[in-house]
Write a protein that binds this ligand. Structure first.
Ligand SMILES: *Cc1c(COP(=O)(O)O)cnc(C)c1O
Length: 356
């Protein structure tokens, strides 16, 4: 830390992204990216846009927002887009996190929530998941704070029902309830049907997981026009051109190409189920993931030991040091061929340890 670093931020512990090592080619199953190539439509759209790169992009992102609005059946003023959903989470914590009441979120969830909460100096209400890693809805009823929940949750993959989310919305009318649907396309239910009835609901989604654009950095939020206007105020107070021209073009093409999107999501969901069956036969216990990852542990090997053994074989998965989940690894669902390689590697590792 330099001696110039603001005292306002001195206590900050930044987010640790999953590793992106460049030393050798790995099978990357550690950051929940899409294993698919961009569609032809996306490639074409980006190529067609490149000559305009000397010019600033549309700060209102109108044509992309139109495409999202029509896909999800909402109006233009209910759609906000930003440089990845992280950018949206940051704006939302800034806009809707109240310094008196703060923000509530589960103890085991997306690691960035506690970073944004600390960044914006908000009181935190960190609510433990139950022992089986499910969310106890009653903990969030009348909780008196902004609520942030990933649905499905990460890294557990467990999803809430619409009724459960509605109960949180109903009992927290004076606070924003942010539902982070980064993984919703792989088998959970979106709370989009609740959008018109609840002006405190903010749905956040990303193009990074189900739409194969993690490197493009694009996220979007759906909510009441007033919430969207507030996010826009934050954007115009920080970085109005936060979504670049190539990403706007890629995102629009990706939203309009519903066939590729559906196909890719179906393949991931099917591959997840097939991989889980194979892992179950090997003795892994896993949560009932509705996401594009598997959350698994094995009695015959520690979480970190398994992570390191896989890495030595060129397969990256994500291990977290949090004591509640230290026995687990989060394994992104890749292509069927990558998952076959994973299953074979797991079998070797367990055999070597007489744990099969
Ligand atoms: C990956 C992820 C994000 C961030 O997505 P970006 O759009 O790439 O910034 C947000 N929330 C959750 C729960 C995620 O897993």
């Amino acid at each position: 830390m330099s001696r110039f670093f603001s005292s306002y931020y001195r206590e900050l512990t930044p987010y640790t992204p999953g590793e992106q090592p460049q030393d050798m080619p790995y099978i990357k199953l550690n950051t929940n990216e899409s294993p698919f190539l961009p569609s032809q439509a996306v490639k074409k759209a980006v190529a067609a846009e490149i000559d305009k790169i000397p010019l600033y992009p549309d700060p209102e992102c109108v044509s992309l927002r139109h495409a999202i609005a029509s896909k999800y059946g909402v109006s233009l003023n209910q759609v906000f887009v930003a440089n990845g959903s992280d950018d949206i989470l940051n704006a939302a914590f800034m806009a809707f996190g109240n310094p008196e009441t703060g923000v509530a979120f589960p103890d085991i969830s997306y690691g960035f929530y506690s970073v944004y909460q600390a960044l914006h100096h908000l009181p935190a209400k960190i609510i433990p998941l139950k022992d089986d890693f499910t969310i106890n809805i009653e903990d969030y009823v009348h909780c008196g704070a902004m609520v942030v929940i990933a649905n499905p949750n990460a890294p557990t993959g467990l999803a809430l029902s619409l009724d459960e989310i509605e109960r949180i919305l109903k009992t927290n009318r004076d606070h924003v309830v942010l539902i982070d649907e980064a993984y919703v396309d792989f088998g959970a239910t979106s709370c989009l049907p609740l959008l018109q009835a609840y002006d405190n609901l903010l749905i956040v989604q990303t193009f990074s997981k189900s739409r194969a654009l993690a490197g493009g950095r694009l996220g979007f939020a759906l909510g009441a026009p007033e919430l969207i206007a507030d996010l826009s105020t934050m954007k115009y107070s920080t970085n109005p051109y936060n979504v670049n021209r190539l990403t706007l073009a890629a995102g629009k093409a990706a939203v309009e190409d519903d066939e590729t999107f559906q196909h890719n999501c179906d393949v991931i969901a099917r591959t997840r189920e097939e991989t889980m069956i194979a892992m179950k036969e090997m003795g892994f216990s896993m949560t009932e993931s509705k996401a594009n990852f598997i959350f698994a542990k094995h009695d015959g090997i520690g979480g970190e030991e398994l992570y390191l053994a896989l890495k030595a074989k060129g397969i990256l998965v994500r291990h977290f040091n949090d004591p509640r989940i230290v026995d687990y690894n989060r394994i992104s669902v890749g292509l069927p061929s990558q998952m076959s390689t994973l299953v074979a590697a797991l079998r070797e590792i367990l055999t070597e340890r007489n744990a099969l």
